[in-house]
Write a protein that binds this ligand. Structure first.
Ligand code: PMP
Length: 391
């Protein structure tokens, strides 16, 4: 807690919205500020020392972020967000689309991993298939029958941003690759809570935004396998990625930098590298799992609440709803007591549609949360029930 300026300033604030964005520790803010105060310049081709220092800061950050997911720097592009990366992938994934080709997603996808594929499907008359999420267990449902010889892309989240369920996706990715489909993993929710080794996952692309791993906005780590990197066109074109430009066309550079047209957000990359180094030093994994257990156990004891199932393994995110109150009313009540949770469909409407649920309340924990905060949260919920719900 004392590593976060926000909580020093507001010690009574309970921040339970880390799945949306994490608060940023001092060490990360310091790295961000140091970069702007000491090394800031535009990168690449700079014919001065400061430009070379900025280039080196960007490339060092890339290496640190790559090793965080067991990748080589040559396979990691740094883009502004998961949303930007998934849009780019959907537009450029190297498939000669034919009407009737299929893309396989799950119903637990965030809209960032649905809408780019829907747009593509509408352009080429493709079929989108969705793996259901088991309403009893919260785990990934049967996918075997949904994967077939027309499947060209499987794009799937490693964890639900609503229930927290961490899905066992490797068998699916292996089967998809064996059928020649490109495999893409949205790791936005998983990155802070599991140790990711891209080579063991059998994915061709993996993406996460670094504001979900205790860093600033404006940076996403985008892993691309050699095969995908080398056969895919740049997502955007512009400065920094060309070999040669004529009046009518251009030749692009090879390698990972071809995905980074324009001036990069070097400060965000530097901050992100500092954040993952900080995160790896935190011994918070067991602590957060225990807090989650405490929270789920307690919520289950309140018959006026229903907790969504979250599979065999989960991130420290929990969702619930009540037949007695609207989710937004619960969130507003908590907000009045300085407890920040999120209510709604959480940009993942398909899961709630599949399960026929109303808007839900989501509690998502981070490194700064404590057992006494869970207790205060539950007491506040109970006070609301006593006041408005019990008759
Ligand atoms: N996918 C998942 C699973 C997410 O939770 C989010 C963020 N809520 C995104 C994608 C989109 O990330 P961003 O808003 O950083 O682009």
């Amino acid at each position: 807690m004392n590593q976060f300026a926000l909580f020093r300033e507001h010690p009574q604030l309970i921040y339970f919205d880390s799945a949306a964005t994490c608060q940023v520790p001092d060490v990360v803010m310091q790295a961000f500020t140091d970069y702007y105060q000491q090394h800031h310049a535009n990168v690449h081709r700079a014919s001065h020392q400061l430009g070379r220092a900025a280039t080196s800061a960007l490339e060092t950050a890339r290496s640190t972020l790559a090793s965080f997911i067991g990748a080589s720097a040559a396979n990691v592009a740094l883009l502004p967000s998961t949303t930007a990366a998934l849009n780019g992938l959907a537009q450029q994934v190297p498939v000669k689309w034919q009407a009737g080709d299929e893309i396989l997603l799950s119903t637990a996808e965030h809209h960032a991993n649905i809408l780019p594929w829907q747009r593509l499907a509408n352009e080429h008359q493709l079929i989108l298939r969705y793996i259901p999420i088991d309403p009893e267990t919260g785990d990934l449902g049967d996918w075997q029958a949904l994967l077939n010889e027309r499947t060209r892309v499987v794009s799937i989240t490693a964890a639900s941003n609503i229930t927290g369920a961490l899905f066992s996706i490797t068998p699916l990715l292996l089967a998809a690759q064996a059928r020649g489909a490109w495999t893409i993993v949205d790791a936005a929710q998983a990155a802070a809570h599991t140790s990711i080794q891209v080579t063991e996952l059998h994915c061709d692309a993996l993406v996460f935004s670094t504001h979900k791993v205790y860093s600033v906005n404006g940076c996403a780590v985008v892993y691309l396998s050699d095969a995908l990197r080398d056969s895919m066109a740049p997502f955007q074109v512009g400065g920094g990625i060309v070999q040669r430009v004529t009046f009518t066309e251009a030749e692009f550079i090879d390698g990972i930098h071809k995905f980074e047209a324009g001036s990069p957000n070097t400060a965000a990359a530097v901050a992100a590298a500092t954040a993952v180094t900080w995160l790896q030093k935190q011994k918070d994994v067991a602590h957060l799992a225990q807090l989650r257990q405490q929270l789920v156990r307690e919520l289950h004891q309140r018959p006026w609440l229903t907790v969504l199932p979250s599979g065999a393994h989960a991130t420290p995110t929990v969702a619930f709803y009540s037949d007695a109150f609207q989710a937004f009313d619960i969130a507003a009540w908590l907000d009045q007591h300085q407890i920040a949770v999120r209510a709604g469909h959480h940009c993942a409407q398909l899961l709630l549609q599949q399960w026929q649920l109303p808007a839900v309340v989501r509690v998502s924990l981070g490194a700064y949360n404590t057992a006494s905060q869970i207790t205060r949260f539950l007491e506040t919920l109970d006070a609301g029930w006593a006041l408005f719900g019990s008759d």
